[in-house]
Design a protein around this ligand. Structure first.
Ligand SMILES: C[S@@+](CC[C@H](N)C(=O)[O-])C[C@H]1O[C@@H](n2cnc3c(N)ncnc32)[C@H](O)[C@@H]1O
Length: 273
């Protein structure tokens, strides 16, 4: 039977962060089953080996927007010791369930970047993958988060993250996209309508999700995501003014290539000074 349509949830600021990526979490792994987490984790591993001062076995790593934990599982298989955190309770629930399925004993926290100081531990590497940093819209959230990252990092520790590059977003964004994914009898359809606010550098993405099981619509919901894009120099300046030095950059998944002005997804490696 068709469920009643849920109200649109708008995320704006820290209090409402848990509002998005909850219903979404339940279908996240179906929607991204074609995402090559193994390859992405190998790319992250190469960067860690290239830029970290410690040997992989000594390193303590945290993925601070871990979602359902897929990068953590793949990095653990490569021998790394990784923990995870995410502000979405549902994402963390799913990540924890995978501990049983994979026989891993990964520690998870339910914190946002802005509240991550509550983790109160020290790491050598912080990961923020799949454009998670772009969910920081306001300057005060960016500044709180970057301060938290420095306090979570050991001396000489590094931050590895990818983000949406403003030049590419403005030139290449699609106002309307449809993604359809299947898993056994389940089907997920996601319609994304995007508008850009060129002044605040925010992409407003209205998602409409339809979840079909065995031919019947079992859930239909909307989420509105505000995703801020950053320009390359702007990101470098933000990091520098918060105690980080950019020590490496490349297009996402292309470690040996220099960044070009229109790469949509750019990876930065920044060291705590
Ligand atoms: C596109 S998903 C990426 C998840 C995961 N890294 C992956 O690659 O599958 C973005 C993630 O960022 C998280 N997120 C959104 N706002 C955040 C914030 N302020 N602090 C930390 N994580 C946030 C969401 O809960 C979501 O899990």
């Amino acid at each position: 039977m068709k469920k009643e349509k849920k109200k649109i949830k708008i995320i704006e600021g820290i209090e409402k962060e848990a509002g998005i990526f909850n219903d979404y979490a339940l279908i996240y792994d179906i929607l991204y089953q074609d995402k090559n987490y193994k390859k992405e984790s190998r790319f992250v591993s190469e960067l860690i080996k290239q830029y970290s001062l410690k040997s992989p076995k000594e390193l303590k790593i945290i993925d601070l927007a871990c979602g359902t934990g897929q990068h953590i599982i793949e990095l653990s298989k490569l021998g790394y010791k990784v923990e995870g955190s995410d502000p979405s309770e549902e994402m963390i629930k799913i990540a924890k369930q995978k501990n049983k399925e994979t026989n891993l004993n990964i520690e998870y926290y339910n914190e946002s970047f802005q509240t991550s100081e509550r983790i109160k531990k020290k790491y050598d590497v912080i990961l923020l993958l799949f454009s998670s940093i772009n969910y920081l819209i306001k300057y005060e959230d960016i500044t709180t988060s970057l301060k938290n990252f420095t306090s979570l990092l050991n001396e000489g520790g590094i931050l590895i993250f990818d983000f949406w590059n403003g030049n590419a977003v403005i030139r290449d964004y699609f106002p309307l996209k449809v993604k359809r994914a299947y898993k056994r009898k389940k089907q997920v359809i996601r319609i994304s309508e995007t508008t850009l606010d060129l002044i605040s550098q925010v992409s407003n993405v209205k998602f409409h999700f339809i979840v079909v099981d065995d031919g019947i619509i079992v859930n239909e919901f909307d989420e509105e995501h505000q995703i801020r894009y950053f320009f390359l120099q702007e990101m470098q300046d933000l990091l520098q003014s918060h105690g980080f030095k950019v020590i490496g950059s490349c297009p996402f998944l292309e470690n040996s290539k220099p960044v070009s002005a229109y790469d949509w997804n750019v990876t930065f490696i920044a060291k705590k000074c």
